[in-house]
Design a protein around this ligand. Structure first.
Ligand SMILES: Nc1nc2c(ncn2[C@@H]2O[C@H](COP(=O)(O)OP(=O)(O)OP(=O)(O)O)[C@@H](O)[C@H]2O)c(=O)[nH]1
Ligand SMILES: [Mg+2]
Length: 392
């Protein structure tokens, strides 16, 4: 492995040209097949590096896409991986386009290369449109499933890839989801039900892990998978406490959540894998982390140490949580209307001739208690259709 510190990437080689020659020699000597960069390269950097090294160059996004492709099992994840690959290719074609038009003079001069690029680009765009419409169809099916369990409080596990999310879910719900010491072992969302000691039933979902330095358009390809996170009531952020880059990884998770507008949700921070740290280091880290994250939990999903605290923390959030809903209540339901005014926070109200439309925030406990009434008057907005690929 080679590293170089530079004030900014070299426009032609990413690394310095001298370093590129050094790496070329090293790759020859070691008889390497490919050279992998832990960063994303522009198309021209990619071309120049393969020219100088005479080796195949793989950048960070390409490597991640390759892992995705190997792990994709379901129809949804296969479609998402293909979409991500095409988005990647399209971004490369765009780069080549500016590269060529600069050389060949742009307007008024169209070389054969450019025509081919235009055709390629159109084909890719057509396929992207096709894949997106299929994925929107899948999202609508997922949305219907989600509505079916709407009355249940839902939590989603989020975190950097390999933090132990699936292992945590397995232990919480006695499941047997695939876990492995590899990146992106999980690519799809799995939801499991759990009955808490307080007898309340909730659902918990496991989903794809996040990673550093990944272009937003690749995250957007996983829109359908990430919807579960967007619509959940609570996030369980799992962090591998034994990883030297834990702070950076936590920040990546927060930034990714921001990107999907899910950063304002209730969140329980779970520092996992405490069994991997020597006792004194664990105690030191715990003391330090508790200063910034006073409510965080420290557990081992492998040994089960302090694991009960997760359920207790979920119950606490559940007891205090509120639900936002829109209702259309006929004027003759005066009793229910005044119940709402007394018990819920009224966010919006609009009076019609024979009914009132209210957007309210209600404690979950009260919602569950009067579930049949709420269900009768609740308006289900078609959020999914409106939010189609808004991330891009
Ligand atoms: N020692 C130790 N290993 C753990 C613990 N939790 C998970 N692991 C291991 O960490 C690796 C990753 O665990 P997963 O549950 O697959 O992690 P994930 O966050 O779901 O990862 P992706 O799905 O790949 O994003 C596996 O080898 C687990 O056995 C823990 O508390 N202690
Ligand atoms: Mg997993």
């Amino acid at each position: 492995m080679e590293t170089q510190i530079r004030p900014k990437p070299h426009p032609a080689y990413f690394i310095g040209s001298g370093k590129a020659k050094e790496i070329a020699k090293l790759a020859q000597r070691e008889d390497a097949n490919i050279i992998i960069f832990d960063d994303n390269l522009t198309p021209s950097q990619d071309r120049n590096l393969s020219k100088i090294t005479k080796k195949r160059i793989i950048d960070r996004s390409q490597l991640i896409l390759d892992i995705f492709a190997q792990h994709a099992q379901t129809r949804q994840s296969k479609l998402q991986v293909e979409l991500a690959q095409l988005q990647y290719n399209l971004s490369r074609l765009k780069g080549q386009w500016t590269h060529l038009s600069r050389i060949e003079g742009g307007i008024g001069f169209r070389g054969p290369g450019e025509k081919q690029l235009e055709i390629d680009r159109r084909r890719i765009n057509d396929r992207i449109t096709h894949l997106k419409s299929k994925l929107v169809g899948i999202e609508q099916i997922n949305e219907t499933k989600r509505k079916g369990r709407k009355e249940l409080f839902s939590a989603s596990l989020v975190g950097y890839t390999n933090a132990g999310k699936s292992t945590v879910l397995n232990r919480l719900t006695s499941s047997h989801l695939y876990t492995a010491d590899q990146l992106f072992a999980t690519l799809e969302t799995t939801t499991r039900a759990k009955t808490l000691e307080t007898k309340e039933r909730i659902v918990i979902s496991d989903t794809i892990g996040f990673i550093r330095k990944i272009p937003p358009y690749l995250i957007a390809s996983f829109h359908a998978t990430l919807q579960e996170v967007v619509y959940s009531d609570l996030l369980l952020h799992v962090v591998d406490i034994s990883h030297p880059k834990l702070y950076e990884y936590m920040d990546t998770v927060i930034q990714t959540l921001k990107g999907i507008h899910a950063n304002h949700k209730d969140m329980i921070l779970i520092f996992n894998k405490i069994d991997l740290l020597p006792r004194n280091q664990y105690l030191f880290m715990k003391k330090k982390l508790r200063i910034d994250y006073p409510d965080s939990l420290f557990v081992s999903a492998r040994t089960g140490e302090y694991f009960d605290e997760i359920e207790q923390a979920i119950s606490k959030v559940l007891a205090n949580s509120k639900k936002c809903i829109t209702l259309k209540v006929p004027n003759n339901e005066q009793k229910f209307i005044s119940y709402l005014f007394d018990n819920a926070e009224i966010l919006e109200k609009r009076y019609n001739n024979d009914s009132v439309r209210l957007r309210v925030k209600i404690p979950l406990e009260k919602y569950t208690k009067n579930f049949s009434l709420f269900r009768r008057f609740e308006i289900r907005t078609k959020r999914m259709a409106k939010r189609k690929f808004e991330l891009q």
